[in-house]
Design a binder for this molecule. Sequence first.
Ligand SMILES: C[S@@+](CC[C@H](N)C(=O)[O-])C[C@H]1O[C@@H](n2cnc3c(N)ncnc32)[C@H](O)[C@@H]1O
Length: 221
Amino acid sequence: MDVTQARNAGGHEQALDLARGIAAYIDHPLVAGLARVIAKHPTADIANAFNHKQVACKMWALDELFESCGGRFGRIWVLGGWYGVLPAMLFNDARFDIAAIDSIDVDPEVGPVARTLNREAGDRFQALTEDMYALDYAAGRPDLVINTSCEHIADLRAWLALVPRGANVLLQSNDYFSEPTHINCVVSLAAFEAMAALREIRFSGELPTKKYTRFMLIGTV
Ligand SMILES: C[S@@+](CC[C@H](N)C(=O)[O-])C[C@H]1O[C@@H](n2cnc3c(N)ncnc32)[C@H](O)[C@@H]1O
């Protein structure tokens, strides 16, 4: 083991100790899930997925979703779902009563981590490895389609064209152009509205953070 590997291993041990300590202290299923992820998937980038900015953007999504659509849903599809942080937050929010959430991501490495994080949801949670452009949305008939990864997909209009007319969607994008994996950022909320061209908008807003602004639309296709 070289010096960098030893340092990384030490950092992982510290993160695991801290997460387990916090989980013991606050006894919360989501925090217990994070400790499980750190233990079981040491190379997963969960610290990035659960950093304070990511969490703030998702808390904002939950607040505005509840305000505009209420808390009762049958099946929700989360596209570009990554490690399943948003489903975990939805399942652990007392305002929401959700029958099932599917987290769908093209990367085969993220599903096992999402399942570990959402283990306590049992069969109400599924993580699927699929390309969001290849799904049959009409057959799946989700009550709500969430995509907080719009900056990661090349053609937002082409993807939204696959979603049946009248379907409820929650979309987030941002103006964080300098991040290399962001292939489709937007310069403003107006540009995001124009790109999405939703038939009905129930919420449209922006959340400034230190390095970028996040944009969100809730409405129907
Ligand atoms: C970095 S993550 C999510 C960042 C975002 N800010 C969030 O937390 O919602 C973006 C995810 O989109 C996924 N993704 C990109 N293109 C996709 C596609 N065509 N179908 C499904 N998932 C996709 C990537 O694999 C990745 O896990």
